[in-house]
Ligand binder design. Structure first.
Ligand code: FAD
Ligand code: PHB
Length: 393
């Protein structure tokens, strides 16, 4: 019968980073991932890292390539009413964000884990968990044509929104909060230089658009789209045309088009489950909370959970004290709800919710107020770069 200290379900950023930080601190873990290694490494998602996330990656000894290749952004642009206005993050907060793709981060983490000889199992099927309400949690899974049982001290549910861990918890033990939005994001990746040096979040009567990037030769663009859109109807030509129509003219002219190397649609959702801890099971990252991507908070929030959990586990294994473990849920939820609020607000400010022109006028008035008020800009900037870790979430 196999045994480990912490069984980690899911090899997304949460699971991999937790496993790596535990390893650096002498704690053993096994990571079970249902997808293949190639699939996990290819999935295109987040692109913006807060400074706190950058520091955590350094602590995990996986920051070297990121520090070399990241693009440091001291600000971003808000596009509305035919023009762009810069939000000077550095002047407003003293901090900046880093552009470094989640795919690259995942690659770095998989490499570091593999180099350390980690038990990182891809294509682990039929994962189920039990016994976490008592002293002997167990994980069952299929791998290499055989069924296995893994005993552990703790289970970390890092298996994303559609994972098995949250679904195994009895419904009466948790409360969930959800808001769905009547639109999604259609995103493309193209090997062309970005339209601008910094990101541009654009409010337009036709709907929201975002100009982002992965490097100086690789652009990531999004347009708000309907939930029932089908990807096939979005040819590259239609995408570029729609994107340009939603950007201020000067930016639209600077967009360099090219064939897309990836194209996908993601629905937008706010979701939180409370609590995050059920006996010896901890929910981490997207398994416990989802935010719309507008504020670039999802991956950073996942990293913030990992920061609290690995610290609590290290304390437990070193001293036997359970206070930090017991405080995991409450501490994380404070930050989570602030990020949920910010992401909801930034989405509400920049997206088209209806054809009612009154709503659009209100958004334009708020953007006008915001960009003219250092106090309001300060609030936007301090949330965007990441709220401080004050020990209380
Ligand atoms: P996931 O990445 O979902 O990983 C969960 C893993 O668990 C997956 O590998 C999955 O295959 C595995 N799994 C699921 N079920 C099982 C099972 N039963 N058994 C075993 N394994 C299982 N965030 C930002 O911070 N900044 C951004 O700029 C940003 N942009 C985004 C843009 C888009 C279009 C999207 C969709 C998301 C964006 N996010 C962003 C959010 C970010 O990608 C997620 O918050 C992040 O991936 C969460 O990591 P995670 O490890 O918690 O979950
Ligand atoms: C991205 O580059 O994928 C990205 C950037 C900023 C966001 C969301 C996504 O707010």
């Amino acid at each position: 019968m196999a045994r480990t200290q912490v069984a980690i379900i899911g090899a997304g950023p949460s699971g991999l980073l937790l496993s790596q930080l535990l390893h650096v601190n002498g704690i053993d873990s096994v990571v079970l991932e249902r997808r293949s290694r190639e699939y996990v490494a290819r999935r295109v998602r987040a692109g913006v890292l807060e400074q706190g996330t950058v520091e955590l990656l350094q602590r995990a000894h996986v920051g070297e390539r990121m520090l070399r290749e990241r693009l440091v952004h001291d600000g971003f642009e808000l596009g509305f009413d035919g023009k762009t206005t810069r939000v000077d993050l550095h002047a407003l907060t003293g901090a900046a964000v880093s552009v470094y793709g989640q795919t690259e981060l995942t690659k770095d983490l998989i490499e570091a884990r593999s180099a350390a000889g980690a038990k990182l199992l891809f294509e682990a099927g039929e994962v189920s968990i039990e016994g976490f309400d008592g002293a002997h949690p167990r994980v069952h899974y299929a791998h290499g044509g055989r069924r296995h049982e893994l005993h552990c001290d703790f289970i970390a549910g890092c298996d994303g929104y559609h994972g098995v861990c949250r679904r195994t918890v009895p419904a009466q033990s948790m409360q969930s909060f959800e808001r769905t939005y009547p639109f999604g994001w259609l995103g493309i990746l193209a090997d062309v230089p970005p339209a601008s040096r910094e990101l541009i979040y654009s409010n337009h009567a036709r709907g929201f658009a975002l100009c982002s990037m992965r490097s100086l030769n690789r652009s990531r663009y999004y347009v708000q789209c309907g939930l029932d859109e089908n990807l096939e109807s979005w040819t590259d030509a239609r995408f570029w045309d729609e994107l340009r129509r939603r950007l201020p003219a000067a930016v639209a002219e600077a967009v360099i088009t090219g064939p897309s190397v990836e194209k996908s649609i993601a629905p937008l959702r706010s979701f939180v489950v409370e609590p995050l801890t059920f006996g010896r099971l901890f929910l981490v990252g997207d398994a416990a909370h989802i935010v719309p991507p507008t504020g670039a908070k999802g991956l950073n929030l996942a990293a913030a959970d990992v920061r609290v959990l690995y610290g609590a586990l290290v304390e437990y294994y070193r001293t036997g004290r359970r206070e930090s473990i017991d405080g995991y849920s409450a501490q994380c939820l404070r930050r989570i709800w602030k990020a949920v609020r910010f992401s909801w607000w930034f989405t509400s400010l920049t997206h088209k919710f209806s054809d009612d022109p009154f709503n659009h006028r209100l958004q334009l008035a708020e953007l006008d107020y915001l960009t003219g008020s250092p106090a309001a800009l300060g609030s936007l900037a301090e949330n965007y770069v990441g709220l401080p870790f004050d020990g209380a979430g």
